[in-house]
Design a protein around this ligand. Structure first.
Ligand code: FAD
Length: 373
């Protein structure tokens, strides 16, 4: 079975991995370099930020993220030499209005990843001595981790590039789907070359609307910009991830701390601006004032592929045989990336699925958004 995948972010790379490991031959295309868009820009928290604020469909896929990435890291590391560092830091949340809901949620779902405790000031100091004294309490999720997503991508790319049944096409924008009698035949590149495939998978993140006209559906996925900044502190300086008012700090093992993030509807713009960077900085220093003594070493922005309720489209596209979707992961594409790809592979190969696929089905595009022409 020969498969073409359009987009080499986490969604496309994980899909390629799942399919190649099952013996499929895979061509993966990216308009730029592989693994440089949202999946590189993201923070890598392996959970929705406040799980109770998200649809159960999002949490359901996210709960497999950590264990699947651990499994893949063990498999890929000996071949690529890249450890993508699943860092078990736990997460502190300071938003008081979420305490009761968070604790109830943990009891209700009894899921290891969602276990949490309410910490008093003394306990908080023990868990993380750098927190501002203005926070006397926090809820603590000891099981939550983050993945070093740029390394995860490097590892996937490295592994797939040496895989005998995978071919990479970078700096190769896919312009069109080749469809005949409602069946996919392949893809056409921007330079007018045609490449044939038995199946095509759309994993083009924030750019997925590009396919709307050809599939004759509205695709309600658009870019939502998120900005970040990066501190460099001594190794293992900050022991936990921290979150307050939807702003977070994510410590990496080597002392880098990723701080973010903003939300803005400004099209495909990935420029950072002073005001937004200042807002992120203020929110982070409010949680951990001592950060002020450390240098900011990088700033960037990425484009999240937003979708209604953040529920991705995974499965067969309506009415066009052998065309598949895995896009629209919005704020949680890294934590859902591994399980989304597994679900899609299981659907494509007619295997038993890890979760019920119905809620993710692209049939939703048809019901909600038929183009009238
Ligand atoms: C600031 C920020 C923080 C985030 N933090 C987290 C977090 O902590 N945890 C989490 O789970 N998620 C997080 N996310 C969300 C997550 O990064 C995204 O949901 C995820 O990366 C989407 O992956 P993707 O592969 O679908 O898209 P992308 O990584 O954007 O990949 C899509 C790829 O498709 C390519 N492409 C598009 N159109 C074409 C075409 N026509 N031809 C060829 N190639 C094409 C693009 O070049 C791109 O490389 C964050 C995002 C941002 C921006």
């Amino acid at each position: 079975m020969h498969i073409a995948i359009i987009g080499a972010g986490i969604s496309g790379l994980m899909t390629a991995l799942e399919l190649a490991e099952q013996g499929c031959s895979v061509d993966i295309f990216d308009q730029h370099q592989a693994g440089q868009a949202a999946s590189w820009a993201g923070g890598g928290i392996l959970s929705p930020m406040y799980p109770w604020r998200y649809a159960s469909e999002v949490n359901q896929l996210a709960q497999y993220g950590k264990s699947l990435y651990q499994m893949w890291n063990e498999k890929l590391l000996p071949i690529t030499g890249i450890d993508f560092q699943i860092h078990d830091t736990g997460m502190l949340i300071f938003d008081q209005e979420d305490f009761a809901t968070g604790l109830n949620y943990a009891i209700q779902f009894n899921e290891p990843m969602q276990q949490c405790d309410l910490l008093n000031h003394k306990q908080l100091e023990q868990v993380n001595p750098h927190i501002s004294t203005q926070f006397q309490q926090a809820i603590y999720f000891p099981q939550l981790s983050n993945v070093r997503n740029p390394r995860l991508l490097q590892s996937l790319i490295g592994y797939l590039k040496q895989h005998p049944s995978v071919r990479f096409f970078e700096h190769c924008p896919v312009e069109k789907l080749i469809i005949q009698n409602k069946k996919i035949q392949g893809i056409q590149l921007e330079d007018s070359r045609n490449l044939f495939a038995d199946h095509v998978v759309i994993t083009s993140g924030a750019w997925s609307q590009h396919w709307a006209e050809q599939v004759r559906r509205k695709i309600p996925v658009h870019p939502v910009q998120g900005q970040m900044l990066l501190f460099k502190t001594p190794e293992n300086w900050l022991p936990t991830m921290c979150m307050n008012r939807v702003m977070y700090l994510i410590p990496r093992q080597d002392g880098h701390i990723v701080c973010g993030s903003s939300m803005a509807d400004c099209g495909f713009n990935t420029a950072v601006d002073e005001q937004t960077q200042q807002d992120i900085l203020t929110a982070c220093l409010e949680m951990v004032p001592e950060l002020e003594q450390f240098p900011i070493v990088q700033r960037w922005a990425g484009l999240r592929p937003s979708s209604p309720h953040g529920i991705p489209y995974i499965g067969a596209m309506p009415e066009i045989e052998n065309l598949w979707a895995n896009f629209g992961h919005f704020r949680n594409g890294l934590c859902m990336g591994a399980s989304s790809a597994r679900l899609l592979r299981q659907l494509m190969l007619g295997q038993k699925t890890l979760v019920s696929p119905i809620a993710y089905s692209p049939e939703r595009l048809k019901k909600q958004d038929l183009i009238s022409s």
